[in-house]
Design a protein around this ligand. Structure first.
Ligand code: PA5
Length: 412
């Protein structure tokens, strides 16, 4: 089971009364029909509709994922972290940079592609722009609108939004993001499940991992430790530790840091409060950001993720001359990674930098499911403790409004 351990010079232990109040409020949130993220791993319909759609498109050579924010980051995290080499190539359109767009579609035969358009609202400008472009490109290839159902799959709200309407018009497959699930909490719906199937990811294990965290946190003896972790972030936030470094010691979890960044930032940053997430990964960032984390402003909580066992390893044994090669010669690459992890942990401790040490046995679909649900639950808990609504994002609306005004003024 996912294991977490707090190291800090501060005592942030909850009293029994505090524990009772926090847990009652949290239980109300997760059991509310307004927010569906907690019980999502138990939703069998979502996985079976994703598998059904996969059967229809499994032969495709290209998987083009269109989405932004919560509609893209989770899928990217799964494919980059767990995806295997298959006959299908993954292409993600998660921005509106025309040059990047061109690079990504070059050398692709669109007739051999499935184009997965993901948008909870079904109205997001960046995603709609890509949809417009791909439908034009397909038309240019001689594909008629009547045939679009053989190329496009949507993932959107069950009722609302333009994508749902379009899917009906085209007779195209449209997977569901339940109404009570917001973008950044949606990776365990078709948003992440459908692409995973193309890249050999065991989605049943993914959901099982998430479900085990769900069960684990429902047991009072374990949930206490979890509430303690949330209270730790809140207490340190109040002491001025307003930044959170997410630093897995794994290249394959680099996109987990990116996914977490959005979850933590968009959920908690409001009303003048929040914890600024800093994505990092070890050991690479030891040669980049770690200097700042060690000796810069003491305003960060570091979340270090340790992977106990790597799937592969390499002996460092060498007959090269030179003490640097010989110093490593008795060890393996995984041991060096572990040593660097332990070394950083000890040094952070010595410098009184607060740390949450998360440990997974190995990186696979099961542990990824655990990491996902744990981060979502923690985000919601910290939101509750900071007294902000973790499920909305009012701060991004004004920018969108002005962008459209500006666009309109170009043709007025
Ligand atoms: O987490 C969120 O709700 C947002 O980041 C959305 O995912 C993002 O704005 C994209 O929205 P949509 O899925 O409606 O296209």
């Amino acid at each position: 089971m996912l294991n977490w351990n707090i190291r800090s010079q501060f005592n942030t232990a909850l009293s029994s009364d505090e524990f009772r109040t926090i847990s009652q409020e949290y239980q109300q949130t997760i059991n509310s029909s307004e927010f569906g993220f907690f019980y999502l791993p138990e939703n069998k319909n979502l996985i079976s509709e994703a598998k059904k759609a996969y059967q229809q498109f499994a032969h495709k050579k290209y998987f083009i994922h269109i989405g932004i924010g919560g509609s893209a980051l989770g899928a990217e995290m799964l494919i980059r972290g767990l995806g295997k080499k298959t006959q299908t190539q993954f292409i993600i359109i998660n921005n509106i940079d025309p040059d990047d767009f061109q690079q990504k579609i070059e050398n692709i035969n669109l007739k051999e592609a499935v184009i997965y358009v993901v948008s909870k609202s079904g109205t997001t400008a960046e995603t709609t722009a890509a949809l417009n472009i791909f439908s034009n490109l397909l038309k240019k290839e001689g594909v008629t609108e009547n045939e679009f159902k053989n190329y496009f799959v949507f993932c959107t709200d069950p009722v609302a939004g333009d994508l749902r309407a379009l899917s009906k018009k085209w007779g195209a497959c449209a997977l569901e993001i339940p109404s009570n699930i917001g973008g950044r909490f949606s990776v365990l719906t078709g948003v992440g499940l459908f692409p995973s199937l193309f890249f050999g990811i065991n989605v049943d294990d993914l959901l099982r991992g998430a479900q085990d965290v769900m069960k684990h946190l429902s047991l009072p003896e374990h949930s206490k430790n979890f509430y303690q972790c949330g209270a730790f972030f809140k207490a340190l936030h109040d002491k001025g530790y307003t930044q959170t470094v997410m630093m897995p010691y794994s290249s394959l979890l680099k996109e987990y840091s990116a996914w977490f960044t959005q979850l933590w930032a968009e959920s908690l940053g409001k009303e003048g409060k929040g914890l600024t997430p800093i994505p990092a990964y070890g050991a690479t960032d030891q040669h980049s950001q770690v200097q700042l984390f060690m000796e810069g402003p003491n305003d960060k909580v570091l979340v270090l993720i340790e992977v106990e066992k790597f799937r592969h390893d390499f002996a460092l044994k060498s007959d090269l001359e030179g003490s640097s090669a010989q110093k490593l010669s008795a060890f393996s690459l995984a041991e060096l990674m572990k040593a660097e992890f332990e070394g950083t942990l000890a040094a952070l401790n010595e410098n009184k930098r607060p740390v949450v040490h998360l440990k997974i046995n190995q990186l696979d679909a099961y542990s990824m499911g655990q990491l996902i649900l744990f981060a979502e639950c923690l985000t919601v808990l910290v939101g509750q403790l900071l007294k902000v609504n973790p499920f909305n994002q009012p701060g991004v609306e004004a920018g969108k409004k002005y962008a459209f005004q500006w666009l309109k003024s170009l043709r007025d």
